[in-house]
Design a protein around this ligand. Sequence first.
Ligand code: TRP
Ligand code: SF4
Length: 334
Amino acid sequence: MSEAIPQVKPMKIMSGCRTTSQLHVGNFWGAVNNWLKLQNDNECYFGVMDLHGLTTAYKSSHEIKNFNRDIFADLVAWGIDTDKNTVFIQSLVPEHIELFMHFANLTPMGWLERVPTWKDAEEEAKASDTHNLGRFMYPVLQAADIALYNGQKVPVGADQVAHLELTREIIRRFNFLYKGKLPEPQALLTETPLVPGLDGRKMSKSYNNGLLLTEDEKTLKKKVNSMLTDTKRLRREDVGNPADCTVFTFHKLYSTDQDLKWVVDGCTTAGIGCGDCKAKLCANIEEKTKIPREKKKELLNNPKALDSIIDQGTEKARLVARKNLNQIKDWMKL
Ligand code: TRP
Ligand code: SF4
């Protein structure tokens, strides 16, 4: 008797990144890099979530369209396969909003009040004029994003676990109320290194300390040169500690083991200077960025080609979304 070979069933993967600006390196290491690993063996839906972006960026709505295109171009340039997968822009698929409304009705406000991303951000939200209904309901829209494609696994960073928990609660309540069969999605907590800003603090728009995924060569050099080093290593002759250095954090993302050893040995013996160390990092990031940068430029210089990729993605997404929404409305007997 031969033993059955376990069949690994392809899973429905749903994920997205919210449109706030261009993609930065944190987005890549936190999300896109994992999408690349999942995209060949699963049925993947990846959204550029501009409606989520607008919950905080509603005053600069005029910027969103270009950011969407830029993110889309980056995704394609860095290897997201839009033929094999469904890659789309959220606001072009209005079914998200329709399902969101049905979910909003069955979600008690108390559930949202308890979400840490709201609770902890309320003061900041008031100060930045984003203490609004849209931001409050953010996780409900996210639940709709996932359910609309029957998402089973949702690759996200640890900061999204509370949102996923709420998604599951909403879906459980939906299934209970309407005898529905929506799958309860699970967070796929992939290892996502925390990518700091250039100054070692949290990467944030307001600190202006971000590194874009696809910087041009000159800006890349400038930004790497401005990175915070081990503050205790004041002079070239001082030894340093890579563990206390932002440059080293980036080396760990972009450099080979051999280069990492070179940094550790050189830094802890004052064998290399910080300038050498940064030059090496810059070269390693540049090597990884060069081809995608060219590809992205090509796409942005050829708006018709980019439009057509976006249109195809929208069509594919809408087909699935409409079908699932009809099923959902059937369950609700609407
Ligand atoms: N909230 C997610 C983030 O900030 C982005 C997002 C929106 C998302 N809709 C989603 C992620 C659906 C996974 C699934 O990263
Ligand atoms: Fe940081 Fe490199 Fe300087 Fe060491 S040599 S302090 S790791 S930049």
